[in-house]
Write a protein that binds this ligand. Structure first.
Ligand code: UDP
Ligand code: MN
Length: 352
């Protein structure tokens, strides 16, 4: 017996109990706190009331500050848009400041084929003044011409946009005749491919993530479509208004958020029966599958499919615009103006 109650035993027991006690305290800390808070609120109901009220007031203050910040950001954005328009030559330094704010946003590369015609400047003005409002936006304008025209060159310089200006004339066999119906040949094909080639050569998607969108010059764009497409992983899709002989065409989406078919009347058996304005592609995917291009020989209605079949399967598509329930882009077409008379009595060299 005496052998057990040596001083060493007491030290050992003391060690066991104190360590055990501390562990017990740690494990039960949360319930102590809850208990003591309950006790305190019981004992000091007024104090707890004051603390609660104070907490609520702080929260409300935070909500107000957040709202004000959001409004101020909007104002700032508008100021920036105006500045870029008024001082296009200072665009780069304005953008540099902005990039600090938007550094982590993937860039939207919008590819616009365009060709000379009376409404060209009006179309470019309308869409560029929409695009000015989109953050981290790089506009690739490809003229269907042998050389860059001065109208588009000067227009872009004054636009305040971050842009790349390219040109490529549609080869003769694929060109539309003056009186050809618009469905006879696909339009803007070589121009879009030229822009894809430029992106493959000049941007590294691993360093600068981006998304590619084909934005024809005559469509109408709601700003929301750009934020929908910005985080596309492979290929995203959404409905397009006023197209294909219907009020809108759309991917059909099931309850699990998967695209399972198409809401289109005309030739729904096509691999991807969607309009050019209804999808965006992650730049990295386009760079990985660098052979993917639009086919100038695509049959009527198969142009979009000719590119997409090389990139994605239907089940991989990412439906956007609230699971394809909102229209954020319209396939509008501008009427060809009837120009019966020459403008007389004016020697002003007017660019229209
Ligand atoms: N386009 C072009 N060359 C042409 C005809 C059209 O570069 O000879 C461009 C046009 O400016 C537009 C895109 O290609 O950005 C699609 O053309 P359009 O809007 O006429 O086609 P649709 O909307 O009728 O399919
Ligand atoms: Mn069009």
């Amino acid at each position: 017996m005496r052998g057990i109650w040596r001083p060493r035993t007491f030290v050992f027991l003391y060690f066991i109990f104190s360590t055990g006690g501390i562990l017990w305290l740690i494990v039960n800390y949360d319930s102590f706190c809850a208990e003591s808070a309950k006790h305190a609120s019981h004992k000091h109901p007024y104090l707890m009331h004051v603390i609660n009220e104070d907490y609520k007031a702080k929260q409300m203050e935070l909500v107000k500050i957040e709202k004000r910040l959001k409004e101020e950001r909007k104002i700032l954005q508008n100021v920036v848009v105006n500045l870029r328009q008024q001082y296009p030559q200072a665009r780069d330094s304005i953008m540099d400041h902005l990039n600090v704010l938007n550094a982590s946003l993937p860039t939207i590369y919008a590819i616009t084929p365009t060709h000379t015609r009376p409404v060209q400047k009006a179309e470019l003005t309308r869409i560029s003044q929409t695009f000015l409002h989109v953050r981290n936006f790089h506009w690739i304008v490809v003229e269907d011409s042998n050389t860059k025209t001065s109208l588009v060159t000067v227009f872009l310089k004054k636009s305040g946009m971050k842009y790349t200006h390219l040109n490529c004339r549609t080869p003769e066999p694929h060109r539309m005749g003056e009186n050809d119906p618009n469905w006879l040949k696909p339009r803007g094909v070589e121009q879009r491919n030229t822009a894809i080639d430029w992106l493959l050569e000049n941007v590294d998607a691993n360093k600068n993530p981006g998304v590619v969108y084909f934005a024809d010059d005559d469509n109408t764009y709601d700003l929301r479509i750009f934020e929908e497409m910005r985080y596309t992983e492979k290929v995203s899709m959404w409905p397009v208004g006023l197209v294909g002989g219907q009020m809108y065409e759309s991917p059909r989406v099931d309850r699990n958020g998967k695209v399972i078919g198409w809401n289109v009347g005309w030739q729904p058996q096509r691999p991807f029966p969607m309009d050019m304005a209804g999808f965006a592609i992650n730049l990295k995917l386009l760079q990985e599958k660098s052979y993917a291009k639009f086919s100038p020989k695509a049959k009527r209605g198969y142009l979009e499919s000719s590119l997409l079949v090389n990139l994605v399967k239907m089940e991989d598509l990412e439906p956007k615009a609230n699971m394809c329930t909102q229209i954020y882009v319209w396939h509008t077409r501008t009427e060809k103006p009837k120009l019966k008379y020459e403008v007389k009595d004016s020697d002003i060299p007017m660019e229209v």
